[in-house]
Ligand binder design. Sequence first.
Ligand SMILES: [Zn+2]
Ligand SMILES: [Zn+2]
Length: 444
Amino acid sequence: MEYTLDWLMKNDGFACDCGKRHSGLLKDCIIGENALTGLPEMVRKYGGTHPFVLCDRETFIAAGEKVCALLKEAGIGYTLHIINRTKPAPDERIVGEAVMFCDAGCDTVIAVGGGVINDTGKILAAARKCPDIYVSPAPSMDGFASASSSMEREGLKVSLNSKCPDAVIGDADILAAAPVHMIRSGIGDMAAKYVSLVEWQIAALLLGEYYCPTVAEIVKRSLAVCVENGTAAVAGDKTAVCRLTEGLVMSGLAMNYAGISRPASGMEHYISHILDMRALEFGTPADLHGIQCGIATLITVEAYEKLAEITPDREKALAYVSRFSMENWEKDLRTLLGHGAEAMIAGEKKEGKYDPARHTLRLEKILQNWDGILQITAALPSAAELYRFFVSIGHPASGTEIGLTAADMKNAFLAAANIRDKYVLGRLLWDLGIPEEMADILTY
Ligand SMILES: [Zn+2]
Ligand SMILES: [Zn+2]
């Protein structure tokens, strides 16, 4: 089956062998030369008469100005709001700001920006129950077409159900003119799929989680599209940048298909979330979402490679868990994250992942399925191969390249498993009694 973007967008969806009926949610997507000129028609198609245009300072210059000119030319009145601060966080403030500046007469949201603006636009459109059109200024991440928003609520990274944009527009000239670091970020966010796909399968094997091979295949294809076009996209080739953008949209659609974030994010995204939370709390260095995810993918892939060399040891795992102190765990998390730790501590109280009795059950499952786990992780590229690819496209390949210390990265690696209730590498390592042992031998 050739999973093209057009096929994925079929609105009626299809009944899948996994038992679900998958539909993509995204109704329109124009990526290519002069795509932006289709915006006024798109606004009218969705019944818009007075859109609310949301940008930040950079994206206004990159694409927002052109958006406003096109609306004006077409005789469509609009309300423009530019978020006037550097690197706005995806938090309560930006959502409140968007709500407060969106006039009562606005009947469509046009979000022009990266992840933060897009995620905010989705929340606003969901709350106002109005259409949402997303204009991409750069192929910097894969959340364009997903139906959720990655936000920071009370300092904790959360994924909120919002809405999938009705339409995504990617104009070749604008995308190709994007800063190269942003294009690399899109590729880094896609590289994360090597890990997320493997972890999704491991969770299905160990915990019986829902898994769909068709969705996994779609993500694999979109990853391949992004990797194939990576070098040319970074060089500014318009066709390659458009193909990369299509791959990013496809990945978001795959998440909609599955109804969960499993196909697109795992341990590597959680490492990146920890870095974001620390940046928010303590002002430590942070980079673009996709760049952080790319670096974290490299670390995670190396860890899986090293995991394949060990023999799981029941006694060692049980001894580790019996020594594990919840009190110290809470203390360490508070030191690392400040007040962002509280939601994770509360989450553990509800979830009980560190409960010894539950650990014993999981450990037995792991020991019984060890060969199966290794068969799954064999699909990962080697860390050396991924490193070479990153270097070839100029993507940072270590935390130190983005201003973080090896200790920052190691701590993020150790804390990542606590972000959500998903079973990812950090939890497997804890179940085996070797998180610190593994963290000590990785390259940061
Ligand atoms: Zn399926
Ligand atoms: Zn991502």
